[in-house]
Design a protein around this ligand. Sequence first.
Ligand code: ADP
Ligand code: MG
Length: 272
Amino acid sequence: QAANKQRQSQGQEQKSFARAPKPVATANATANGQHADLSFDELGLSTELSSLLVAPTSENGMGFIRPTLVQSRAIPALVDGRDVLIKSQTGSGKTLAFGLPIINSLHRREERISRSSGLRALILSPTRELCYQIMQVLERVSKPFHWLIIGSLIGGEKRKSEKARLRKGFNVLVATPGRFQDHLKNTQTLGDTLRKGTLEWLVLDEADRLTDPGFSKQIESILDWIDENVKTEERVRTQTVLCSATLSSEVKELSNRSLHDPVTIDIDPAEA
Ligand code: ADP
Ligand code: MG
């Protein structure tokens, strides 16, 4: 099995999974966990997207060989329109497990998504650093689909400049709960944008941290705000994904509150 792993210094334990005896030249990236037997073209993604994943990095591709196990299970369910609860260890490739179906659904429209098409996807992650990483991954895989506008609300800059970018409009937004809630209270554009009911995707990443006391109130109030302010009959269905490394009772509670008839993907770290 040709799954090449170069350990990244994420301070994680090295996991045993199928590896080629010698590194394969095209695969530069690393996933901490298992890889699937499926290939990227078997997941229901567009040909453009799946070929980008395996193209060498020298050609602006991702240089991957095959999906990780969590990607191989989550992507088909998400492409199929289901809500998904993903539990798998850190480093197993969850970002693309939700990122690919989102980009996939947005780029293959008859009528092209543009800045004025409204907010289509919201990804909430606990820290600025994590949001930034998600942004980078999404920007890389959406490079061929340059008309999709991806942005962030993570602080570290003046609220005013975030406001200005909000007014121009995003299709995909990565945000920390605190900054998002802040804008929900103080920036009329964000509320107005959400009220249009265009939100097709909601991701709660690192749910085990989002359920920490500091975040859970913010998450609750964001979810409540959406329920109260975006009228069901006027909005598209929001497909929701919850990612976590553990399934604590708090995560299960958040899952019950936010997911509709979800597919649960629970990757045991020891699974072959
Ligand atoms: P998680 O969110 O589960 O902690 P990430 O999405 O951050 O994991 O991915 C961890 C690492 O795995 C990243 O460096 C990413 O580039 C890499 N990766 C993701 N998918 C694959 C894949 N299919 N093949 C090889 N490496 C991958
Ligand atoms: Mg992650």
